[in-house]
Design a protein around this ligand. Structure first.
Ligand code: PGA
Length: 248
């Protein structure tokens, strides 16, 4: 079964030497790996152009970690999704809990960004998740509900959803495969209700939060998620490769 594996490199490269060494090692490690899975790396936007060149003609697609809800205009400090696309970027992570927390992004902001990303021909990977076990369903219901209310059917068909329980991010803790499966099915049922089974079946729903080579079978295969969004493990090309091999 083909899975989507997205590396979220966050703000973990401080300088161009680290960037260059990472790209070189990743290309070397993966030159010997033939995989049918979809591999996507999302570096900080400032490195996207370099990554697009470094991974040209490899099995990796390149994205980035956020973009603005306008393509053009007087918006100092923001990044146009159209510009990301023109560099060769294909995907953008939106609504990550770290942006919801540190940048106070609302569901409304995320819907606007998602629409503009789609118009700019980027695939939005929209993160939804909850802050604690207690408000799990409530937060996910609101976040997915906002997407369903704000996007047309045609837009919705172009979205990837990443379910990320906030407590699992960077903590080394993961939900069980059954818990992930329940949430993936819950999100899918919301989409079915709005747009029917066929549209829902075409929308990948990923799991994210402390995914490693050791737990990829449980978090991705046994949970029936369509793939994974990976932070810490994507920082090590060797560990990332071991994880990909784990589902090959
Ligand atoms: P993690 O991060 O794999 O380090 O838990 C995942 C994410 O934040 O997307």
């Amino acid at each position: 079964m083909k899975k989507m594996i997205v590396g979220n490199l966050k703000m973990n490269m401080e300088n161009v030497s680290q960037r260059d060494a990472y790209c070189k090692e990743m290309c070397e490690v993966f030159s010997g790996i033939h995989t049918t899975h979809t591999l996507i790396l999302c570096p900080p936007v400032i490195y996207t152009e370099y990554f697009c060149r470094a991974f040209h003609n490899t099995s990796f697609a390149i994205g980035t970690q956020d973009c603005f809800w306008e393509m053009y205009g007087s918006y100092t400090g923001n990044t146009s999704p159209k510009a990301i696309h023109s560099l060769g970027g294909t995907h953008v992570i939106l609504g990550h809990s770290e942006r919801r927390t540190h940048n106070h992004e609302s569901n409304e902001d995320i819907v606007r960004k998602t629409k503009t990303a789609i118009r700019s021909e980027l695939v939005p990977i929209v993160c939804v998740g909850f802050l604690s076990h207690d408000d799990e369903m409530h937060s996910v219901h609101e976040q997915v509900g906002a997407l369903l209310a704000g996007l047309s059917r045609e837009e919705m068909e172009k979205v990837v959803i990443a379910y990320e329980p906030v407590w699992a991010i960077g903590s080394g803790k993961t939900p069980t495969s059954d818990e992930i499966h329940t949430m993936v099915m819950y999100i899918r049922s919301m989409i079915v209700q709005e747009h029917g089974k066929d549209i829902s079946a075409g929308i990948p729903i990923l799991y994210g939060g402390s995914v490693t080579a050791e737990n990829i079978d449980e978090t991705c295969m046994q949970s029936y998620a369509d793939g994974v969004l990976v932070g810490t493990t994507s920082l090590s090309p060797e560990k990332f490769a071991a994880m990909v091999r784990g589902i090959s």
